[in-house]
Design a protein around this ligand. Structure first.
Ligand code: NAP
Ligand code: ZN
Length: 335
C-alpha cells in the first residue's frame, strides 16, 4: 500500500508539519477511507497540546472524517469501495465485552480513538475497523456533515439517554462546535431551549439555530433569572465555570451533563443534589448504531453544522482561529 500523507505535531503544542507513514497491510476487518473533509474538534487541540497526558508524537489529529472508501479488508461485507462514509472519534473496540455485545461500543474498555495512538484524519487517507465506519445519507453534504461525526453524536447521545422530549426545558452551555449542534438537536426533540454563552454577539445566531432564550453567562443578574428553570443542562465548554450556578438553574429531578472537558475538577455543594434529587453525569460520543440514527435524524430534520472551510494545507491557520474562538461554528479541512 502507498504511504499515507498527513499533517502531524511532533511535540506538545507544536505546529503541524507534513508527515508520511506506511500504513502496512490492510487488516481483514479494516476499511481505508480517501478523506475529502475533516472537522477540527476542540479535542484535537487538547490532544495536540497533550492536555490529557495521552498524546504520542508524531501525532496526526482529526476525527470528524468524511470520504470515500478506497479499500476494504478481506472480511468486510458491510461497505464497498467508492461508497461515501464517515468516521468519528472511535475507530475500534474489542467486539466481545459486555458493552460491545449490548451495542454500547463507546463504553468498551479497549476502545481505540481514531487519533489516539493511531493516525487521524488531517491526512489524505485513514483506516478504521469497518464497524465504526458509517454511510452518510445522501441528503447531507460532506462539508456540513463532517462535524456531526464527533460534535453531533456527542450532543445527540445525551439528549437521547436522558429522554429529552417536548416537555423538557434544556440549557446548552457554550455555543461552539458542539453547542451550536446541541441547540439544533434539542429543538428537534421538541424542547424549550436556553443558550448560555460568554459571547453576547452570538445571540442572534443562537436564536436562529433554535434557542428560545439566550443568557449571557457573564452577567450574574441574567444567571439569577434561570434559577430553578431547567430540567437538563448540557455543558460543552472546555473552560472552568461556576458549576454551582448551573446546578441552581435546575428544577427538582434535573440533570447537569458534561460533554465539554473543563481543566479543573468539578466542585459543587452536595446540598442542591440531595434536596432536589438532582444528578450530575457525562458521556463519551455514542455507539455506531446511535451514530447512524443521529445522521438519519439530521438528514430528515435539517440539522447541519455552520462551517468555515479551509484547505487541508492551511490546517495550522484554522487551528489558530479555533484557539481564539473565532470560528462560527466549526472549521472543516478539505482535500
Ligand atoms: P469549541 O468549538 O472551541 O467551543 C467551545 C465553546 O466554549 C466556545 O465557543 C465558547 O462558547 C465556550 N468557551 C470557550 N472558552 C471559554 C471560557 N474561557 N469561558 C467560558 N466559555 C468558554 O469547542 P468544541 O469542539 O465544541 O469542544 C468543546 C469541548 O467538548 C472540548 O473540551 C472538547 O474536548 C469536548 N468534547 C468532548 C467530547 C465527548 O465525547 N464528551 C466530544 C467532543 C468534544 P461561548 O462563546 O458561547 O461562551
Ligand atoms: Zn471531537
Amino acid at each position: 500500500m502507498a504511504q499515507i500523507q498527513g499533517l502531524a505535531a511532533h511535540a506538545a503544542g507544536a505546529e503541524l508539519l507534513s508527515f508520511r507513514y506506511d500504513p502496512g497491510k490492510l487488516a481483514a476487518h479494516e476499511v481505508e477511507i480517501a478523506i475529502t473533509h475533516c472537522g477540527i474538534c476542540h479535542s484535537d487541540l487538547h490532544l495536540i497540546a497533550n492536555d490529557w497526558g495521552i498524546s504520542q508524537y508524531p501525532f496526526i489529529p482529526g476525527h470528524e472524517i468524511i470520504g470515500k472508501v478506497s479499500a476494504v479488508g478481506s472480511e468486510v461485507k458491510s461497505l464497498e469501495v467508492g461508497q461515501r462514509v464517515g468516521l468519528g472519534w472511535q475507530s475500534n473496540s474489542c467486539g466481545h465485552c459486555e458493552w460491545c455485545l449490548t451495542g454500547r461500543e463507546n463504553l468498551c474498555p479497549e476502545s481505540e480513538g481514531t487519533c489516539v495512538h493511531r493516525n487521524g484524519g488531517y491526512a489524505d487517507r485513514v483506516r478504521a475497523n469497518a464497524r465504526f465506519v458509517v454511510p452518510i445519507p445522501d441528503a447531507l453534504d460532506s462539508e456540513h456533515a463532517a462535524p456531526l461525526l464527533c460534535a453531533g453524536i456527542t450532543v445527540y447521545n445525551p439528549l437521547r439517554i436522558n429522554g429529552i422530549n417536548p416537555s423538557s426545558r434544556v440549557g446548552v452551555v457554550g455555543i461552539g462546535g458542539l453547542g451550536h449542534l446541541a441547540i439544533q438537536f434539542a429543538r428537534v426533540f421538541g424542547a424549550e431551549v436556553t443558550a448560555f454563552s460568554t459571547s453576547p454577539a452570538k445571540e442572534e445566531e443562537a436564536r436562529a439555530l433554535g434557542a428560545h432564550h439566550f443568557i449571557n453567562s457573564l452577567e450574574s443578574k441574567a444567571m439569577k433569572e434561570t434559577v430553578g428553570a431547567l430540567d437538563f443542562v448540557l455543558t460543552t465548554v472546555n473552560a472552568d465555570q461556576d458549576w454551582g450556578a448551573y446546578l441552581q438553574a435546575l428544577r427538582p429531578n434535573g440533570t447537569l451533563w458534561f460533554v465539554g472537558v473543563p481543566p479543573k475538577p468539578v466542585s459543587v455543594q452536595a446540598f442542591p443534589l440531595i434536596s432536589g434529587l438532582r444528578t450530575i453525569g457525562g458521556s463519551p460520543v455514542g455507539s455506531p448504531s446511535r451514530l447512524r440514527e443521529m445522521l438519519d435524524v439530521a438528514a430528515r430534520h435539517g440539522v447541519k453544522a455552520t462551517t468555515e472551510l479551509f484547505p487541508m494545507a492551511k490546517a495550522n491557520e484554522a487551528i489558530e482561529k479555533v484557539k481564539k474562538s473565532k470560528v462560527r461554528y466549526r472549521a472543516v479541512l478539505a482535500n
